[in-house]
Design a protein around this ligand. Structure first.
Ligand code: C2E
Ligand code: CA
Ligand code: CA
Length: 455
């Protein structure tokens, strides 16, 4: 009869395995395999929960984004197996610092997040963050060897800085980036001005991308003169970038962004080529003029740099003796032997090399001797007070003697008035550049530069 139950079948199944499997699956999807710590997914859940609780208690939730400094190098040096070991040790130390209701999570290769839920005041956040720095400072002993580590930490706080887990993470990242860019091994709290800074940086980077793509960077030239006979001795090429509203952005604003974002190579290539083309034009017009081009540190250290320069000369049909490269000490210290080789091969082609901003870096003697520069450009800061202060004159004198004993030509930067010019002449300086003679200008506006200056 329809609807009448006449019997039943009961199926027994042992589900222990299935439950164990499911539990294991959940654990796998929520945890990092190497350290066993909660991963990004679980961290997000916990953050959401902590925020929900904090909404009613009025307490704070802090997100501490922790990135190991220079871990890539350590990993390469000790090998991936030991590298993994270090990550596990770091995880344990972080876990040892925090309270059980807080979360330590590994969200990437060498990136961890500590979430402190339910903070009543800033002091608990300060305490945990400094404890973390301390805990990492102790050397790690692995396979009988000591390794020292440091971390960069960015902190953002609910509800002050952000309202959602995503926003908290983003802002902690901004703060962490700030620490990295300022020399690592420190803590930074997120702030609105920080995000403003980041936005500006991003917009400069975007503009740089665009200008490089359009090949719309401009090169201005600033003449250098002989203080012996007043003749033009060469031009320094200086890059210029205009923004959408036609405003000129100074290189000091965008060169560091280019250096950090790797755009410096393309920028440098374009400036080099434009400078060589201009030098060739002057040569063809019967006004042979040596052009000095600034080279960024990472541009100089890039594999194949020497070849790029040689190729550019060929492409522009410019004899090498019309090109000088200005390099700062920071470009040389990364790999001294490679730098020496590069300089020697550039000089073999016929290019001269100037050490730029001399006096602001290490400027060690042995170092100066071991490189075979052609020119020393004395930084503007030594020229500034030279007319007024005896100490400035003494300093300059020392530099001058040093250069003489090493057979180096000196060029003084930033001569702004006649008084400075006179002192420099008296002190035996033979070449200078500065606003007193001319500001950097577009090539078309430099028609008068070839007339010798009155001394
Ligand atoms: P720098 O190589 O030391 O260039 C000299 C700077 O001093 C230029 O600033 C120039 O305009 C300025 N200057 C020249 N004479 C005077 C003066 O009498 N008084 C004062 N107060 N300043 C004077 P600029 O053009 O703003 O460039 C700044 C820096 O940006 C340069 O310093 C250089 O390090 C970098 N830079 C410029 N162009 C390039 C480039 O094409 N590539 C790279 N990598 N860096 C560049
Ligand atoms: Ca320079
Ligand atoms: Ca300089």
């Amino acid at each position: 009869m329809a609807g009448h139950v006449s019997g039943g079948v009961i199926v027994f199944q042992d589900v222990t395995d299935a439950i164990a499997m499911a539990t294991q699956m959940t654990h796998l999807t929520n945890h990092d395999q190497l350290t066993g710590l909660p991963n990004r997914v679980l961290l997000h859940d916990r953050m959401q929960q902590a925020i929900t609780v904090a909404e009613s208690t009025g307490h704070m939730v802090a997100t501490l984004l922790i990135d190991l400094d220079n871990f890539k190098y350590i990993n390469d040096a000790v090998g991936h197996h030991l590298g993994d070991n270090i990550i596990q040790h770091v995880a344990r130390r972080l876990d040892g610092v925090v309270d059980t209701r807080d979360t330590v999570s590994r969200i990437g290769g060498d990136e961890f997040v500590v979430m402190i839920s339910d903070c009543k005041n800033m002091s608990c956040i300060n305490r945990v963050s400094t404890q973390i720095l301390e805990a990492i400072k102790d050397p790690f002993t692995l396979a009988g060897e000591e390794h020292r580590l440091s971390v960069s930490m960015g902190i953002s706080i609910y509800p002050n800085d952000a309202k959602t887990p995503e926003e908290l993470m983003r802002h902690a990242d901004t703060a962490m980036y700030k620490v990295k860019s300022e020399g690592k091994n420190n803590i930074a709290f997120y702030s609105n001005s920080l995000s403003h800074e980041l936005e500006e940086r991003l917009s400069i980077e975007k503009l740089l991308h665009q200008r490089i793509k359009e090949e719309a960077l401009e090169v201005y030239f600033q003449p250098k003169y002989s203080l012996v006979d007043g003749q033009l001795t060469g031009m320094e090429a200086l890059v210029r970038m205009f923004n959408q509203s036609g405003q000129l952005l100074p290189p000091i604003v965008f060169i560091p962004v280019a250096e950090e974002s790797d755009l410096i190579n393309q920028l440098g290539k374009q400036v080099l080529e434009k400078s060589c083309r201009q030098a060739k034009r002057w040569l063809d017009e019967g006004r042979p003029t040596k052009v000095a081009v600034n080279i960024g540190a990472s541009q100089f250290n890039k594999f194949g740099f020497t070849k790029t320069v040689a190729d550019t000369l060929l492409k522009c049909d410019l004899p090498a003796k019309y090109l000088e490269l200005e390099i700062t000490e920071s470009a040389l210290i990364e790999n001294i032997n490679a730098a020496k080789q590069a300089i020697t091969s550039l000089q073999k082609i016929g290019i001269t090399i100037a050490l730029d901003d001399f006096g602001t870096g290490y400027s060690s003697l042995s170092y100066l001797r071991s490189f075979n520069f052609n020119v020393l450009k004395v930084d503007r800061s030594f020229i500034n007070d030279i007319a007024e202060e005896e100490q400035a004159r003494n300093l300059f004198n020392a530099i001058k003697h040093l250069a003489d004993s090493l057979n180096l030509n000196i060029v003084c930067e930033g001569v702004e008035n006649e008084a400075q010019l006179k002192v420099l002449q008296e002190m035996g300086c033979t070449e200078a550049q500065g606003y007193y003679f001319s500001k950097p200008l577009p090539a078309e506006e430099l028609e008068n530069a070839w007339a010798s200056i009155a001394l």
